[in-house]
Design a binder for this molecule. Structure first.
Ligand code: ADP
Ligand code: ADP
Length: 234
């Protein structure tokens, strides 16, 4: 079944740039869906609309069969959507565990109590183990590698309850080994029913990791193809 449908999405920025000009995208539950296209094709804009960071000029979003409007990231997060940016949004002087629980626990004040810290470290370690996304829960973010920061971002989205993960060119900052590890983790996530949108411009990665791919060009969708023989083309 389709988890998400973006219908005839248009986005014109205030300066007149037409970034999306009638985009149609259907995402099935439990698939890894690659989104490809040259720089400027409108991929980021489309994903910003999905995460509530931009509003479409026209078009419709349907999520779990219902029309939805995401006014801000909070709305999108509340619907189980998570976004992992190319540029990380972590607090360098805070630990991995603190960064992951931050934003959710914020309302209850800083993590000053020893018990809170211990609980945070424990739940982060559990989350980390169950998805094979290794992190050092008690290390400060400023001391860890880029590949680890990305895992922290993914775990943060999962911790907030994301069921649909948007990954914006996730391999751009990774070593080949980290890329392999990421792909193993993504496969495990979809096995457990998660859905992933994977922005990339590397054809090899599309073939290796995705179930289906949608091609964007000049703000329009060219089409969607199955990349695995077990899927029917459409
Ligand atoms: P992609 O992610 O495929 O590279 P983008 O969605 O980033 O594409 O960009 C699509 C078009 O919209 C480009 O021409 C880009 O310069 C333009 N654009 C992106 N963000 C803005 C913005 N905030 N204001 C004006 N134009 C923008
Ligand atoms: P709050 O006041 O609770 O932080 P916001 O609407 O600012 O409310 O953000 C809600 C959550 O979404 C926060 O946890 C914040 O870190 C996250 N968030 C806000 N903007 C972005 C963004 N551009 N990318 C990823 N996450 C974001």
């Amino acid at each position: 079944a389709d988890l998400l449908e973006m219908k005839n999405i248009h986005k014109t920025y205030p300066n007149g740039t037409k970034a999306n000009q009638g985009v149609n995208l259907k995402i099935r539950e439990g698939e890894i869906h690659a989104l490809v296209g040259e720089n400027g094709a409108g991929k980021s804009t489309l994903m910003k609309i999905l995460f509530g960071l931009e509003q479409p000029t026209d078009g419709e979003l349907r999520y779990k069969g219902q029309p939805v409007t995401f006014h801000n990231p909070k709305d999108a997060i509340a619907h189980g959507i998570g976004m992992v940016h190319q540029h990380f949004m972590l607090v360098p002087s805070f630990t991995v565990a603190e960064n992951i629980v931050l934003g959710i626990e914020k309302r209850r004040g800083p993590l000053s109590l020893f018990t809170d810290r211990k609980a945070a470290v424990k739940s982060v370690q559990q989350l980390s183990e169950s998805y094979g996304l290794r992190v050092q829960a008690e290390a400060k973010v400023e001391t860890i590698s880029v590949g680890q920061k990305q895992r922290v971002e993914i775990l943060k989205a999962l911790y907030r309850g994301a069921r649909l993960l948007i990954l914006d060119e996730p391999t751009a900052v990774l070593t080949p080994q980290e890329t392999d590890e990421l792909f193993v983790a993504l496969r495990q996530l979809v096995t457990q029913g998660y859905t992933i949108i994977f922005i990339t411009h590397k054809l090899r990665e599309v073939m290796e990791i995705s179930d289906r791919v949608t091609v964007l060009r000049a703000g329009k969708t060219i089409g969607t193809l199955a990349t695995k023989e077990t899927n029917k083309e459409e």
